[in-house]
Design a protein around this ligand. Sequence first.
Ligand SMILES: [Fe+2]
Ligand SMILES: [Fe+2]
Length: 192
Amino acid sequence: MGWFSADIATMDDLFLHTLQDIYYAEHQIEKALPDMIEKASDSELKKGFQTHLKQTKGQIKRLEQAFKKLKQQPSGTKCPAIDGIIDEANDIASDVSDKIVLNAALIGAAQAVEHYEITRYGTLVAWAKALGRADVARLFAANLKEEKATDKKLNGIAKRKVNRKAVARKAKPMSRREQEAIMAASVGVPAV
Ligand SMILES: [Fe+2]
Ligand SMILES: [Fe+2]
């Protein structure tokens, strides 16, 4: 459905469309998190992802309550934005070979997801209030609070240790064997 198709005529339609968008996004995030849990080698980061997977399941339940309050069947609408963010996260996670640098990459990718969710829930809270649905706004506000707390927690893990450890990997000196291999390649002599 295009943004300005006849399917979205009123603010109620736009509101429902955005609820369906985040409902789809939360399901994609629920599917993506187990892989991130598996790839994280920092124990605090791994635990953080595990906690957020549990929270995500609870957030989906809150969204289902919102659909119920609005007398709508829970359903998702394809969200190319979250698909793109998750695709990029998967690409970067498979491209980074150093597991310490990978922790920094996973945090960066996860924060892109959190920021997307923060913007969506911020909008939904404002629109629910404007439409006189403070009851539904409260459900979105609870999800928004968890997304913001997760973003803050990820920031803390990155700044306290993960970034520093990842940068230190870059500074690791080359072994003599690696230096010899580079020298040999530059003069066309096979390394021994
Ligand atoms: Fe979420
Ligand atoms: Fe989240």
